[in-house]
Design a protein around this ligand. Structure first.
Ligand code: PAF
Length: 269
């Protein structure tokens, strides 16, 4: 695996690649990332992974500072699985002239997490746009765990980089139901137990929530009794009607964002 931290070197290495799969990450690689990477390795000639903790997309500086960074472990996992290139740029490499304040993203970016994390999705799209312009991948891989991010980025890529195919990958869960996420590294044992209970509550009550035989307020009350200090939202949405073109098939998901201590977790079930 070639490890590259400079844009010029990156261009030199990947210049001739015609069928490159790209998996952008912020590191703290887990089985969720590995499933995206495996798919890319199966579908593309070569696979490039980036690890870049994208400061502009964090709304709270503490969240950025405490984001898990375990580079040595990440490198060994990526080598083992057969990644061809690892791109590890610095902030200045990616933002030589600062962030793009004019980036246009779909208005769905103002809903769900967007209500609580202003400009978060603009910053995610900005960095993905920069990576695509550097890497020119044929396919780019995102997890359905971050469904809102997936839909917004997909919409942007269709409109601005139509030669890149967005590949959506299923959420990978632990046996206890918790969706894999780098932020799980920050959870205590007890917090993991709570996250698992929340998953089970939402899964069991999903159909009743859709039928409105129970209400979101009741579920919120139940979740608060488990020791959650803040729930940003619980909403039920049809994922095929989030961003046009809509699909006829109705697929409802329960979207949630909540805090365990100072760690913010999201899921869609
Ligand atoms: O999902 C993530 O890890 C990040 O939002 C991404 C897509 C790597 C952009 O920084």
């Amino acid at each position: 695996m070639k490890i590259i931290s400079h844009k010029k070197k990156l261009k030199k290495f990947i210049l001739g690649e015609r069928n490159l799969g790209f998996v952008p990450t912020m590191g703290a690689i887990h089985k969720g990332h590995l499933s995206l990477i495996k798919k890319s390795i199966a579908q593309c000639n070569k696979t490039i992974v980036s690890i870049f903790v994208n400061k502009p997309q964090f709304n709270r500086i503490n969240d950025y500072k405490k984001y898990p960074r375990v580079l040595k472990k990440d490198i060994s996992l990526l080598k083992k699985i057969g990644v061809h290139y690892l791109f590890l740029p610095s902030h200045n490499q990616i933002y030589p002239d600062g962030i793009n304040k004019r980036i246009k993203v779909h208005p769905f970016s103002k809903k769900l997490c967007g209500k609580y994390r202003p400009h978060h999705f603009e910053s995610v799209v900005d960095v993905v746009d920069r990576f695509i312009k550097l890497i020119h991948p044929k396919k780019i891989y995102f997890g359905e765990k971050d469904m809102q991010q997936l839909k917004i980025v997909e919409d942007f890529i269709k409109k601005n980089h139509s030669y890149v195919k967005v590949v959506a990958c299923k959420t990978i869960r632990e046996k206890n139901g918790i969706a894999l996420s780098s932020r799980n590294f920050l959870l205590s044992f007890d917090e993991r137990m709570i996250a698992s209970k929340i998953y089970k509550i939402l899964r069991m009550r999903k159909n009743n929530l859709i039928k409105k035989s129970i209400y979101i307020t009741d579920i919120k009350k139940k979740i608060f009794t488990l020791g959650v200090n803040k729930i940003d939202y619980i909403e039920i949405l049809d994922i095929n009607k989030l961003i046009k073109p809509y699909k006829n098939k109705v697929i409802y998901k329960v979207f949630i964002a909540y805090f365990l201590g100072s760690t913010r977790l999201i899921d869609n079930i």
